[in-house]
Design a protein around this ligand. Structure first.
Ligand SMILES: Cc1cc2nc3c(=O)[nH]c(=O)nc-3n(C[C@H](O)[C@H](O)[C@H](O)COP(=O)(O)O)c2cc1C
Ligand code: SF4
Length: 480
């Protein structure tokens, strides 16, 4: 299956015709506005603060911290780029583990008493870089994403050391869960909640304006939301499935009342996918209803926002204003979360035109924005739009279908894109993320993440050859 490359859709008419041919209703503005008329340049005014424009940097880890959880020069470079981007909302920087066994890899950042100063200095570097470049940080909001990697924990190396909320019939065999010993007991969850609260207090000490209690991408927080079969206090009813989050929020409010709290949530999920004939992704076979997709419609392949709506109602009642919408998981259905033309080395060829994945995320975010107009909704999954990203983003903001355009991979490839768009400079086409997925293939093979094809700094790194070799082998295996 192959799809037209975005770079080949050179005019608005070609892009529009292509969207129409896929029956995708995705609106965009042909002309980008600059200055006071620019929707993307509009500040977002809050009761006691302002966020200076409508670009948000999404969290992206680099598998490049030290083994004791501190940032390296590569981590610092990435955070500097986030500051240079011109975006005024920094959603989390990257996933930071609240304790060692929750790390997704031995090089993930860890927030505890011994690392707090180093993590504080990362934030300071980002803020200083932004100040030097743009002259003002009063309207810059920087948060930190806190996590436990749960099913995908690999704290010591390649070996998975999964901890889960419940036994999953399809994911357990894939991710090394062999018996109930991997399941967190209620008492262990109580202790994990204390670890989150402690890490949040440290994040406040480190100067972050908010923390994100990560609830996305199949990691532990997200897993709670689909723990429909789990007995006890943390599973079954939605009330029980949100007890973990509610307890973390209550703990933070008691310990660090001035710290704002946000939630990044996979607002819908699908079945796990796997390579089918010729490497194209197909859903894992099931019989009957699929009950483990939060925000799914029971088929495993459709969206139903009934429960996410209840979840967001709860967040609103709890006074949570910041919500970042994403979807699915990079481990079991990456085409939903990071729509891409080229799969990562452990992935599958796209089962649909990646634009469908982009449009699905934009639509879900716009539906929750309509349901909860007072919440601040950040959308994700825009990078695949490439040349058309600013055009779609401007329209989304203009029509109030989200409050922020979240940028992930695009900023790894082309950090200055938001600043260029806001200043009316043409985008640098040779730096646009073309969704080659090297930034995922590298870490899946034990190397640091980065934009190896487009960022001159990563292009020159020795890992590039190894990444290319892995890609060539994948291509050979799938073209045979
Ligand atoms: C290399 C890489 C690392 C990522 N790390 C995180 C992370 O730490 N936390 C998180 O919530 N999402 C993470 N993501 C997902 C992104 O935040 C984003 O949702 C995704 O890339 C889709 O947005 P995009 O189309 O702009 O790339 C990561 C994505 C990439 C490519
Ligand atoms: S490696 Fe670069 S071009 Fe490829 S997906 Fe990542 S950011 Fe985009």
């Amino acid at each position: 299956m192959s799809f037209p490359r975005i770079a080949a859709l050179k005019t608005a008419k070609e892009f529009e015709d292509h969207l129409r041919s896929l029956s995708i209703s995705l609106s965009f503005d042909e002309t980008l506005e600059i200055g006071p008329r620019s929707p993307l340049g509009q500040p977002l005014r809050r009761s006691n603060s302002v966020i200076g424009n409508r670009f948000c940097i999404l969290p992206m880890e680099g598998w490049d911290g030290t083994t004791d959880g501190r940032p390296s020069d590569l981590t610092r470079r990435r955070w500097q780029h986030f500051g240079l981007s011109g975006a005024k909302l920094i959603w989390g920087g990257e996933a930071v583990a609240v304790r060692s066994d929750g790390r997704a890899n031995p090089n993930q950042l860890l927030l505890d008493d011994s690392t707090v100063k180093d993590i504080a200095s990362l934030r300071e570097l980002l803020v200083q870089t932004h100040l030097d470049q743009f002259g003002n940080v009063d309207d810059l909001l920087v948060g930190l994403q806190l996590t436990h990697s749960g099913r995908f924990a690999r704290p010591h190396g390649k070996q998975l050391e999964p901890r889960v909320v419940y036994r999953h019939p399809l994911l357990d065999p894939r991710f090394g869960v062999r018996d109930d010993a991997a399941i967190f007991t209620d008492d262990e969850i109580d202790r994990l909640i204390d670890d989150f609260v402690n890490a949040a207090r440290l994040a406040r000490d480190a100067g972050f304006a908010f923390i994100d209690v990560k609830h996305c991408h199949g990691y532990l927080g997200h897993e709670f939301l689909s723990a429909v079969d789990r007995p006890g206090r943390y599973g079954g009813s939605l009330e029980n499935r949100t007890r973990y989050l509610r307890s973390i929020i209550a703990g933070i409010r008691a310990e660090a009342p001035c710290l704002e709290i946000g939630v990044r949530v996979s607002i819908y999920d699908f079945l796990p996918f796997q390579p089918g004939p010729e490497g194209v992704g197909i859903p894992a076979p099931i019989s009957g209803e699929y009950r483990y997709a939060f925000g799914g419609d029971g088929t495993g392949l459709g969206v139903d926002l009934t429960e996410p709506r209840e979840f967001l109602e709860l967040l609103e009642q709890l006074g949570i204003e910041l919500v970042c919408s994403t979807a699915g998981s990079p481990y079991y259905n990456p085409h939903m979360m990071r729509p891409a033309a080229f799969p990562p080395s452990d992935g599958y060829l796209p089962p649909e035109d990646p634009l469908l994945g982009v449009a699905r995320q934009i639509d879900a975010a716009s539906r929750i924005k309509a349901m909860f107009p007072k919440m601040i909704i950040v959308g994700s999954g825009y990078s695949y739009l490439q040349e058309w990203l600013p055009h779609v983003g401007q329209r989304v903001i203009r029509e109030n279908k989200a409050d922020f355009i979240g940028l992930g991979r695009m900023v790894l490839a082309h950090p200055e894109l938001p600043a260029d768009v806001l200043a009316g400079r043409p985008v640098v086409r040779k730096r646009l993320c073309r969704t080659f997925s090297d930034c995922t293939t590298a870490p899946r093979n034990g190397m640091v993440s980065g934009c190896y094809p487009l960022d001159p700094f990563y292009k020159a790194r020795p890992e590039r050859e190894a990444v290319n070799a892995i890609k060539s082998k994948w291509k050979d295996d799938h073209e045979r």
